[in-house]
Every structure is written in structure tokens, then in C-alpha cells.
Design a protein around this ligand. Structure first.
Ligand SMILES: O=C(O)CCC(=O)C(=O)O
Ligand SMILES: [Fe+2]
Length: 343
């Protein structure tokens, strides 16, 4: 444990050393200090970096190299694993321009992945959307690297949510007891090609402005950069910092905390760096069946209707259903064609 838990400058997002959350023998005071830093970050920005997260760099490097190899294939090869073949599981490859995060095509391509469930699993048998087997591209070692990475980062998700629980004055297991004992984990691998947009195509962003839907997003990004965050004081860059992940809170944590912890809008610039950019967001979300409720008794959490200021004009505080329904409403908007095909 280093003595300095948070490092940041006024204009940038805080970097939080989470060693005390990851190591089982850390003492309560050290964990409380990390939780305190997280609480400030969540109230001020809804975004923070984490370091000393415990995910081995060689695993990240392996996943990065294999992903680079996959995206370098011609489009028709990658389309062998297209999302339409993933059916209700919403897994597989989508091509550049295939996702419309905020109504216009994003200038990125990607692989949709998630917790690997066999076709015989009861939830898959029941046709539960976003559950099922992955479509792993045929590339030596890729499947293993993806599964190992998802497992390692899911563990980080549990630890960060424990820190967030402590930061709210809640029992450490508050979220796991109610929502994330069996979290919904979706994972994406994105490639932002450094490639011109053809004439006549309106694709101004790598990813258009949006908030994330669930509880917590944990993002690894390579060295290229392009992510920026809409803080109360304006757009702030979230540049790559070696050895870190970027964490941000999603709409469901905003909903639970009555807006005390905001799901902050962010976007990714179109990549013109000359080198393709890879990013790896893992979405650590409530179980599909979980009904999302407000945390009782939080001070300073008015659950104000902020729909007029939100990118999607929605009032998250009025949402009362299953998390799965919230998620499906969102993904069907960003993949309109697929919605008609598979849902
Ligand atoms: O690629 C990135 O840096 C961010 C992607 C993102 O915001 C998302 O997938 O929700
Ligand atoms: Fe996002």
C-alpha cells in the first residue's frame, strides 16, 4: 500500500490506488481511505482511474495483441462471427458503423462478448436475452485470453463495488447481496480504425455521447486516447495512463443513489491518429432479473428528474423494472436492425 491513495490535478480525473480493496489482508482504515477517495470521485465526476487493480499486464497485453490480429482481418472474414449469428445472446462481431450509440453510426467496429454460458444452461434454454455462448473468432489463444480477462476484471468489479458500498456508508456486501452475487457481465472489444469516413456518411464520433446503462464500467484502453467525459465544468479528457483502468458509474447506480453518484456522459473522438485504437470496456451490471431500487436513507440524494439535461431525455429515477428490461430497451436502440432479427 502506497501512502498516496489519490493523485490528480484539478482539471483531470482522479487516479485511485485500490490495492487495499484487492488484498484480503489490508486493514479497515486503508480500505476506508480508498472508499473515501471513490466517494469523492463518484460525486464530483462519476469517473475515476484505478491502479494496483491486480490484473496481470501480460494478460492484458496478450488480449490486446490477439485483438489487433483479429481486427486486421478482412471484413468478410470477421463477418463469419457476425452478431446476427449470436441470436438472442447478442454476441459476435459488428462492422464499422454498425452501432448507433446516440442515433448516428459510431466510427468503430467490435466484438460483443459476455459471461460464457452453454446452450444447455437454464437461462439460455429459457431464451433469456443477452445470455448464452460467445462467438469466439478462430484465433489461437483468443478464447482463453478473453475468458481469463473477463474473469479477472469481474473480480475487480466486485472489489470496486465493495469500495463504493463503503463510500456510501453501507455494508461492504450491500451490492452483492442485492444485485451482483451473479452479475450480468457484458464485455466488448472495440477497434477505432484510423480511417476516413466516406463522403455521404454522417459519423462524427468514435462513440457518440452517452451514459452507460448498468452499475460500473471498467475500461482498459491502449495508448491512442480519444475518450472524454462531460463533467460539470466541461469536457475533460480521460487519456490512457499506463497500469490503470478507467471506471465509471452507470445509470443504475445513479438510480440507486438518487443522483448522488452520477452516470456521467462521455464520448470518444473519431480516431485520426494514424494508428488504430483498441479499447476493452467490461460492464459489471446487476443481475438481469434484479429490480433496481433506491438506497434508503442516503443524505443529499434528491432523485431529481434530470431528464431534460440527459442525452437520452430519460428520467432514470422513474425506472422501476428489472435491470434486464432497461438494458434491452437500450441495446435495441443502438442495434435497430438486430432488434428486428433476434428479439
Ligand atoms: O472506447 C472507449 O474508450 C469508451 C467506450 C464506451 O464508452 C462504451 O462502450 O460505453
Ligand atoms: Fe460508455
Amino acid at each position: 500500500m502506497t501512502t498516496e491513495i489519490v493523485s490528480s490535478s484539478a482539471a483531470s480525473l482522479p487516479v485511485i490506488d485500490i490495492a487495499a480493496l484487492v488484498h484480503p489482508d489490508a486493514d479497515d482504515a486503508a480500505r476506508a481511505a480508498v472508499a473515501h477517495a471513490m466517494g469523492s470521485a463518484c460525486r464530483e465526476h462519476g469517473f475515476f482511474y484505478i491502479r494496483h487493480h491486480g490484473v496481470p499486464q501480460d494478460l492484458i497485453d496478450r488480449l490486446h495483441a490477439l485483438s489487433q490480429a483479429f481486427f486486421s482481418w478482412p471484413e468478410e472474414s470477421k463477418m463469419q462471427w457476425r452478431m446476427a449469428l449470436g441470436g438472442r445472446a447478442w454476441r459476435g462481431y459488428f462492422k464499422v458503423g454498425g452501432e448507433l450509440t446516440s442515433g448516428l453510426p459510431d466510427w468503430k467496429e467490435g466484438l460483443y462478448l459476455g459471461t460464457e454460458l452453454p446452450a444447455t444452461h437454464p437461462l439460455v434454454q429459457a431464451g433469456t436475452p443477452v445470455h448464452g455462448p460467445n462467438l469466439f473468432p478462430e484465433l489461437e489463444g483468443y478464447r482463453e485470453a478473453i475468458l481469463q480477462y473477463m474473469e479477472a476484471v469481474t473480480q475487480v468489479g466486485h472489489r470496486v463495488m465493495e469500495g463504493i458500498a463503503l463510500s456510501l456508508g453501507l455494508p461492504v456486501s450491500y451490492f452483492s447481496q442485492r444485485y451482483t452475487a451473479d452479475p450480468l457481465v457484458l464485455f466488448r472489444i472495440f477497434n477505432y480504425p484510423s480511417m476516413d469516413v466516406p463522403a455521404g456518411v454522417d459519423a462524427p464520433w468514435g462513440v457518440g455521447e452517452h451514459t452507460d446503462y448498468g452499475l460500473l464500467t471498467i475500461l482498459y484502453q491502449d495508448r491512442i486516447g480519444g475518450l472524454s467525459v462531460h463533467t460539470p465544468s466541461g469536457w475533460v479528457d480521460a487519456p490512457p495512463l499506463p497500469g490503470t483502468f478507467v471506471c465509471n458509474i452507470g445509470d443504475m447506480l445513479d438510480r440507486m443513489t438518487g443522483g448522488l453518484y452520477k452516470s456521467t456522459p462521455h464520448r470518444v473522438r473519431r480516431n485520426t491518429s494514424g494508428t488504430d485504437r483498441l479499447s476493452f470496456p467490461l460492464f459489471f451490471d446487476p443481475n438481469f432479473e434484479a429490480r433496481v431500487r433506491r438506497i434508503e436513507g442516503l443524505a443529499g440524494a434528491p432523485a431529481r428528474d434530470d431528464s431534460s439535461e440527459r442525452w437520452d431525455k430519460a428520467n432514470v429515477h422513474a425506472f422501476n423494472g428489472r435491470y434486464g428490461d432497461y438494458l434491452l430497451a437500450k441495446v435495441s436502440k443502438v442495434f435497430p436492425e438486430l432488434k428486428d432479427e433476434v428479439l
